[in-house]
Design a protein around this ligand. Structure first.
Ligand code: V47
Length: 361
């Protein structure tokens, strides 16, 4: 059966067919991706009211794509927030309506594992209903390497100290050769997948990212997406509520880092990758066009090409904005709602697990 027949019949595609998707023109891909998007999510575009906090930029690892780590800044720019500074930021966000705090840090060798975990406990004690999305698999792996805790122990402590779900960071691109080039020494692909698998085995939910538009090939992207799909198959088979909520293709930002001479990724390639993600990941409900890395306008166009989520209002963000993204100060809820509506979609404010809170019909 040829590729178009398989797409018409909504058949699951394996690597050899999946790679040929890039040869299709954008609108053909968009047609099939949008069909799946509409079947899963109708005309809804999800977003949440969230706040990103990056408590420290001091990092033991050096990822070439990273502009956030203090390696890329002068010594006086390295920081570690105090608990008072963190809770002050959380207090302010809660007053602004935040339902989720998304916490991602660098791999700081000068603090204990308790330092990381006490942040979550402090927030949870004060705001039991506030969702804490925290610790990427790369951070879990770092706590394991630095402090000798097993992955299982870190995960048990995350649950004990109040982490509700895991963000998708640290996945980058799973191909081991590319990983050795861009983030040598950081969590391996197999361990990234293992950590999410262990988290899912606890009946918990997480996200998965893919950093694209740097030195990876299309084959590497397809391989990455298919490895995520395969783990999701195993996690869903447990039937315990655990698994990936969303897949997030992160567009590489080029400023202030150690990867040089990377050309800008064109919008067509970005939209094709969103559409291909939607077509291949038949077992993941949501594709997030993270506006911080794709720009808000392209993230809105991506809603026609398979994506159904924009992430959230963010309020403040340091990782991608250090590398050139326009996410330093977030977006207002009003702007989100208006832009989604004028793009012909239905804005839906969601919680972190995609329960619908407000539908703006
Ligand atoms: O893993 C670092 C990425 C990620 C750059 O789970 C860069 O809902 C682009 O994972 N250009 C951390 N990206 C952020 C993250 C995330 C973001 C939004 C939502 C969720 C979620 C997760 O940031 C890292 C890395 O892949 N990153 N540097 C850069 N130059």
């Amino acid at each position: 059966m040829n590729l178009i027949d398989k797409l018409e019949k909504n058949q699951r595609l394996e690597f050899d067919d999946a790679i040929k998707l890039y040869d299709l023109d954008l609108f053909t891909l968009g047609k099939y991706a949008n069909k799946i998007r509409e079947a899963k999510n109708g005309k809804k575009v999800y977003f949440n009211i969230n706040r990103h906090i990056n408590p420290t930029n001091l990092c033991a690892d050096v990822c070439k794509f990273c502009a956030f780590s203090s390696h890329r800044q002068s010594a006086e720019k390295s920081y570690t927030m105090s608990y008072e500074q963190i809770i002050e930021a959380v207090d302010k966000s809660v007053l602004n309506g935040a339902k989720e705090i998304h916490i991602v840090s660098a791999h700081n060798p000068n603090v204990s594992w308790q330092w990381y975990l006490e942040i979550f406990k402090m927030i949870k004690d004060k705001y039991p209903n506030l969702h804490i999305k925290a610790l990427t698999a790369a951070e879990v792996d770092y706590l394991h390497r630095k402090h000798g805790l097993s992955y299982e122990e870190v995960i048990e402590k995350m649950i004990e100290y109040g982490v509700d779900s895991m963000p998708g960071g640290g996945a980058e691109i799973f191909n081991e050769g590319i990983r050795a080039e861009i983030c040598k020494g950081k969590v391996s692909s197999n361990n990234w997948l293992k950590i999410h698998s262990l988290w899912h085995q606890k009946g918990r939910q997480s996200n998965a990212t893919m950093l694209f538009g740097h030195i990876e090939s299309k084959e590497h992207r397809i391989d990455h997406i298919l490895r995520i799909r395969s783990l999701q198959d195993s996690s869903l088979a447990l039937n315990n509520g655990g698994g990936f909520n969303a897949f997030i293709p992160l567009v590489y930002q080029r400023d202030n880092n150690y990867l040089k001479n990377i050309p800008f990724l064109g919008s067509v390639e970005i939209l094709k990758t969103m559409a291909i993600s939607r077509i291949l990941l038949d077992n993941i409900n949501h594709i997030k066009a993270y506006w911080a890395t794709s720009t808000l306008n392209l993230a809105l166009v991506a809603q026609e090409f398979g994506a159904d989520d924009l992430d959230g209002t963010i309020e403040k963000e340091s990782i991608q904005s250090s590398a050139g993204a326009a996410s330093k100060n977030g977006k207002s809820q009003k702007e989100f709602i208006e832009l989604i509506q004028t793009s012909g979609f239905i804005p839906v404010q969601r919680d972190s697990l995609y329960n619908e809170l407000i539908i703006y019909n």
